[in-house]
Ligand binder design. Structure first.
Ligand code: SAM
Length: 267
């Protein structure tokens, strides 16, 4: 499988942040909340490059102990992070919300990022609403998910009932997020982040890598052997449909675009 990912959320974010009063005039970023991974650490590093004197009070929210442990290892291996005070929260976004409300916390947040995370919450709209409500003046909430215009969007709109397991993932795209923001008149900025994936091997039945890739795309373990022949055929047809992929030089290239949505403080 070949994946070309040209997203660059870090530079997107920090160029957006340069206009904010907190970065510009204060020596403290009051608070960041986010769900951790490599990309998150990269963003902190970009922040530090732009604002070397700034200290960061940082809430990390992550329900998986293993993920949190992995992230702590990453953090411990990275030198010079003493400008950050990490608060580790082993909990889901909604548990964090409950804690926040129970503590009647009033502190305002400068930056919240949810990168490839909102799929996993039970109610993405309520989650966005709560966290947007925590933003201070000039604060930003950054959401990155697969784009509604990506192959994922088309696949999930067509086969949601058969493929999506709501206990695990809501199969939500930025199209869904933008729909509810539009319906509530909430303003936002959005940026398409081009990304593509070579899925040619999926179309060779029995190919080991192709079958694994099909499991990844459908989010179903052993999809070829557990799906009905009609569903398997329909999904394969959909995956090479022009709404999902382009075919070029004998390769099927899946549209894996992501999209970033940036929200301001609620007005
Ligand atoms: C696809 S990973 C993304 C990690 C990181 N932000 C990145 O982009 O590399 C999704 C993360 O969301 C976490 N997660 C799952 N359910 C969650 C929930 N209900 N609330 C908060 N985080 C959740 C997962 O444990 C996982 O670490």
């Amino acid at each position: 499988m070949m994946m070309t990912d040209t997203r660059n959320p870090s530079s997107f974010f920090w160029s957006a942040r340069l206009n904010t009063s907190v970065c510009g005039t204060s020596s403290t970023i009051n608070c960041q909340i986010y769900w951790p991974g490599e990309i998150d650490l990269e963003m902190l590093s970009e922040l530090h490059k732009k604002h070397p004197g700034v200290t960061v009070d940082n809430e990390v929210v992550e329900p998986s102990r293993q993920q949190l442990y992995n992230y702590k290892v990453l953090v411990s291996q990275k030198p010079d992070l003493d400008y950050i005070k990490f608060n580790w929260n082993t909990m889901t976004a909604s548990e964090f919300e409950e804690h926040w409300k129970a503590e009647k916390a009033t502190k305002k947040v400068d930056f919240i990022h949810m990168i490839q995370m909102l799929y996993y919450v039970k109610d993405p709209e309520a989650t966005v609403r709560f966290f947007q409500g925590l933003l201070g003046k000039n604060g930003k909430l950054l959401i990155i998910l697969v784009s509604g215009k990506s192959g994922w969007g088309k696949l999930w709109r067509t086969y949601r009932a058969q493929l999506c397991q709501p206990d695990i993932s809501q199969c939500v795209t930025t199209g869904d997020i933008k729909s509810f923001l539009d319906s509530k008149g909430v303003r936002y900025q959005s940026y398409e982040l081009p990304s593509q994936m070579d899925i040619t091997e999926c179309f060779t039945e029995g190919d080991e890598k192709g079958e694994l890739l099909l499991d990844f795309l459908t989010e179903v373990l052993d999809f070829s052997n557990t799906a009905s022949p009609e569903l398997r055929a329909g999904v394969l047809e959909m995956l090479r449909h022009p709404d999902c992929s382009v075919e070029s030089n004998g390769k099927v290239i899946f549209n894996n675009n992501l999209e970033a949505i940036s929200l301001d403080q609620l007005s």
